[in-house]
Design a protein around this ligand. Structure first.
Ligand code: ADP
Ligand code: MG
Ligand code: MG
Length: 916
């Protein structure tokens, strides 16, 4: 088999790595017997070879010749022929579709001779010259890098000169003249003649596709989407079919379900007598599929059948491009379509109900990121608001921001921290930077399949398109509706679900999915207006998939919650316990003075007085939380941060003391007792702050070290926990506190804390006459703890990975110092793909986690192991924690549903790979 080239009949949809997405799916459609124009694919391997050597591999030239000849022989036509020429399109197609790649060049093979052949074969001279001028225009712009405006201006000048409005009104001889002008532009701008030889056109176009893999826009997109830079792109060479051969021809795009809402039923746009992207470029108003059916029932019926066929085959929503050439349907592209978060959930459950996929598969079709999008607030429909216009909903969400009219301004203002909405007539690939920077995108032209809609949906950015009541003037930087002129910088609000555009800001309300999570399915459905069946379907779909995730997942999901209200919320959102209850906030506010006294105490009696005052307060904290979490584990971490965090700031205090000293020198010591006492306290405090000052507090006296050095501190907390639990037991409740010791590096530290804790627990149990079993465990957040996990497990009933500190100490950088300092540079230069604080670094930090799990369990088989860093709510990290066999992940309450979903997905994915 050839090395670098595959005919469509030789591939299939699973070969996206080699054939790119577009090529693999063209091959698949060919295999299914759908009407795909014949063609071949140049593989990504050829692109990689080209990138490595800087030139096309010699075998590729030979293989292309053979493929072209096979094509010519099968069709009985040849490239450049002046009777009935074969024409082809050259289309880029990487594994993932991405902006910045070369745009498709149509009509390759036309030249001064074959244009006459095309005219004869089609019996349409106008069409032939129009095709030729399009080729020179597209080729000049995308392959020869000539400013596209030059061609566009020449075309406009011609229209003005002939007094016509649309290019369809230009005559054959007008277009022939335009071809002459276009050729002159090419010569002038590129210093060479437009290549007449079809093979040269083809080779130049292929090389241009390969080069486009490394455009800035493509690289930017790959970085954002974490796509490796070394995949390379494939090139598709496809026999041309013509949608611009008069009224019985046309071109269209369609979806087998609505990708923005998930509504069932097909959806699409069709434009008669048009070629390529005319249909999405908003140059003329498109027809709906229903109109298309009226116009050409036979082609429509065939399309419907192909859509059904594809949906059954892919068992998912498909996105299709097609062309009708004189009443004959041709399929030009399909793929599993992108969709909004809401559509993803609805479509997944629809497919289950249609018995096309299983619930396990449905779970695999949605993501935690999509669920989190559905949890965003929406505009308050009750609120006062001024409707400016209504466009088409293209990508949901509620965005409020200042209107800007070009991509550069959007990026500039966003960099200054402003929320902006990018307003354009229509967007094109040059707008990508602005679209990324904006909180919302609004266009006055184009449909749901326009560039703006497709790109915004992909990025999850709120988008409204086709608001044709708006007159957008990017030069004056205004948009006008009737007499109302909106200037750059004015605040507007757009609703990506309804397509509405409002003047000024609009308040937002919580999402129905959040309502469901809080109140349950029945209540949430009851809150919806009767007529809102779509939202009801969405909420039910979320419930169904989340319930299924709960039934299959192996990981428990706990929440990080420090207060009773947080604990309550976490529990309603499905948390099965608290994985991390931090106690430091309990020493702030009015209690700060007690901590100060504890730190400043020089005698045992003073210290004890401070501790005695703290005890009942701390006990009450724990009682409240245990009450909220009754019957569920509640892991309480003993105080962790360095004590100086509870004391005044060093500089401020130094200044205060110095000023007081100066005043005393001038005016003598104050005779007022209170003032004197305050001065004395400040001086002592300053000494303490100085004493405790550390150059690297993150690596200083904190965590268990603090507990061992400051007498009574941990004992106070342990006693408070024990007494709170004992009280709850006496009240007939089921408290399940666990004591977690932070920053353990050596098992000896843990032994010391444990000895003291056991003594206190036993004492409280005896005094209150209740049985108390309160497990004591270690936070594993230092490499040494992970590496000595077998020994630590000897003194710990559970482990909980503090992956934030573990990441800091493994990499040797402190999060607060490095994230803004050099992460951008590191990401740019490829050292990091993503912040290791967001997604766990599986190779380094993850390796330590694996070691600790393995050694911990071998020393103590019933060891409970969880993770309590924010990684516990990060989708990718959840999959990792599932794979290494943790018992639970713990994350902030808001991310609990996301972790539940992803834990379910992880279990399904692991199950699938086991059975493979
Ligand atoms: P994109 O990836 O931007 O969708 P495509 O390669 O799909 O680019 O092509 C751009 C336009 O040209 C699409 O409308 C497509 O249907 C059309 N097109 C591509 N190849 C052909 C062909 N051989 N005949 C007719 N139209 C084509
Ligand atoms: Mg395109
Ligand atoms: Mg396409």
């Amino acid at each position: 088999m050839a090395r670098y080239v595959r005919d469509f009949s030789e591939g299939n949809k699973d070969q996206k790595d080699l054939l790119g997405g577009k090529g693999a799916n063209l091959a698949e459609m060919t295999r299914l017997g759908l009407p795909v124009p014949p063609g071949f694919i140049i593989t990504t391997e050829a692109c990689r070879a080209y990138m490595a050597n800087g030139e096309l591999p010699p075998e590729l030239r030979v293989e292309v010749t053979m493929a072209v000849r096979r094509l010519e022989d099968s069709l009985g036509r040849s490239l450049g022929d002046f009777h009935d020429p074969l024409l082809v399109s050259v289309r880029s197609g990487a594994k993932f579709s991405m902006p910045g790649m070369m745009e498709t060049v149509l009509n390759i093979g036309l030249n001064d001779a074959s244009v006459l052949g095309l005219a004869k074969f089609s019996d349409d001279e106008r069409f032939a010259w129009d095709s030729y001028r399009r080729l020179i225009q597209m080729f000049g712009k995308t392959v020869l890098d000539i400013d596209g405006d030059r061609f566009a201006h020449a075309l406009d000048a011609m229209k003005t000169d002939r007094g016509v409005a649309a290019d369809t009104e230009l005559s054959a001889s007008d277009l022939q003249e335009l071809v002459t002008q276009f050729k002159a532009i090419v010569r002038e701008q590129s210093g060479r003649d437009f290549p007449q030889h079809p093979r040269e056109q083809l080779d130049l176009a292929i090389t241009a596709v390969f080069n486009s893999w490394n455009t800035d826009r493509a690289r930017l997109y790959r970085r954002r989407e974490r796509i490796p830079h070394d995949l390379g792109t494939a090139v598709n060479v496809v026999t041309m079919v013509f949608g611009n051969l008069g009224p019985t021809s046309g071109t269209g795009v369609c979806f087998t379900r609505d990708p923005s809402t998930g509504r069932t039923g097909d959806y699409g746009d069709y434009l008669p007598n048009a070629q390529g992207e005319d249909v999405v470029a908003g140059i003329r108003n498109t027809l709906t599929l229903a109109d298309f059916e009226q116009l050409d029932p036979t082609s429509y019926a065939e399309l419907r059948q192909a859509m059904r066929r594809l949906e059954t085959h892919y068992r998912d929503l498909c996105d299709i491009e097609f062309t009708v050439e004189r009443g004959k349907l041709w399929m030009l592209q399909t793929r599993v379509g992108k969709r909004t978060a809401g559509a993803a959930f609805r479509i997944a459950t629809q497919l289950v109900d249609e018995h096309l996929i299983t619930l396990d598969e449905a779970l695999d079709r949605v993501t935690g990121a999509q669920l989190s999008k559905l949890m965003f607030p929406q505009f308050d429909s009750e609120a006062e608001r001024t409707l400016l216009a209504t466009g088409m909903s293209a990508s949901p969400g509620a965005a409020v921001g200042q209107a800007v009219f070009d991509s550069a301004t959007a990026q500039e203002w966003a960099a200054q921290g402003k929320d902006v909405i990018l307003v354009r007539r229509e967007t094109n690939p040059d707008d990508l930077g602005g679209m990324i920077a904006a909180v919302g995108v609004l266009t006055s032209r184009g449909g749901k399949t326009s560039h703006a809609a497709v790109v915004a949906r992909g990025m999850g950015t709120t988008c409204v398109v086709g608001a044709d009541a708006l007159v957008v003037d990017s030069v004056a930087r205004t948009m006008t509706v009737g007499t109302r002129v909106v200037h750059e910088g004015e605040v507007i609000a757009i609703d990506g679900s309804s397509g509405e555009i409002f003047l000024g800001s609009v308040p937002v309300v919580p999402s129905p999915v959040v309502d469901y999570l809080e109140e349950g399915l029945e209540a949430a459905l009851a809150h919806l207006p009767q007529e809102d069946g779509e939202t009801a379907e969405l909420v039910s779909a979320v419930d169904r998939i989340l319930t299924h995730a709960d039934s299959v997942r192996r990981l428990h999901v706990h929440a990080n919650a420090d207060t009773a209200p947080d604990a309550r919320r976490a529990r309603t959102w499905g948390a099965q316990g608290i994985g991390l209850c931090r106690t430091e906030h309990m020493f702030l506010g009015e209690r700060r003075v007690l901590i100060e006294r504890l730190i400043l105490a020089t005698q045992d009696a003073e210290r004890q007085a401070a501790l005695d005052a703290l005890l009942p307060l701390q006990r009450a904290d724990f009682t409240d939380i245990l009450e909220q979490m009754d019957g569920l584990p509640c892991t309480i971490r003993l105080i962790d941060p360095p004590l100086h965090e509870f004391l005044p700031d060093l500089t401020e205090l130094s200044v205060k003391v110095a000023l007081a000293a100066e005043q005393a020198e001038r005016e003598g010591l104050p005779d007022d007792d209170d003032a004197a006492a305050e001065r004395a306290r400040d001086v002592a405090l300053l000494a303490a702050v100085r004493r405790m000052h550390e150059s690297n507090p993150m690596l200083g006296l904190r965590g268990v070290r603090l507990g061992l050095v400051v007498p009574g501190l941990f004992a106070l907390q342990i006693r408070a926990i024990a007494e709170a639990a004992a009280q709850r037991v006496q009240d007939g409740a089921d408290p399940r506190p666990e004591i977690m010791v932070p920053l353990v590096a050596s098992v000896m530290e843990l032994h010391l804390v444990r000895d003291e804790a056991e003594r206190i627990l036993a004492e409280v149990a005896r005094a209150q006459d209740v049985a108390l079993h309160i497990p004591i465990g270690a936070m594993i957040e230092l490499p040494r703890a992970a590496l000595t996990a077998d020994r630590i497990a000897g003194a710990a009933e559970f482990f909980s990975f503090g992956t934030n500190d573990l990441t800091q100490t493994t990499w040797g950088f402190s999060r607060d110092d490095v994230e803004s300092a050099f992460f951008p540079e590191y990401t740019e230069r490829g050292v990091l793909n993503v912040s290791p604080f967001e997604t766990i670094d599986t190779n380094g930090v993850g390796r330590l986690v694996r070691i600790a799990v393995e050694e911990g369990r071998s020393a103590r088989p019933d060891l409970t192991i969880g993770v309590c860093g924010e990684h516990g709510g990060d989708p990718e990290s959840v999959h990792f924690f599932d794979a290494v066999g943790l018992d639970y992940v713990s994350c902030s309450p808001f991310r609990v549903p996301i972790a539940r979903l992803e834990a379910g997905r992880a279990a399904v994915a692991a199950g699938a790979s086991d059975s493979r």
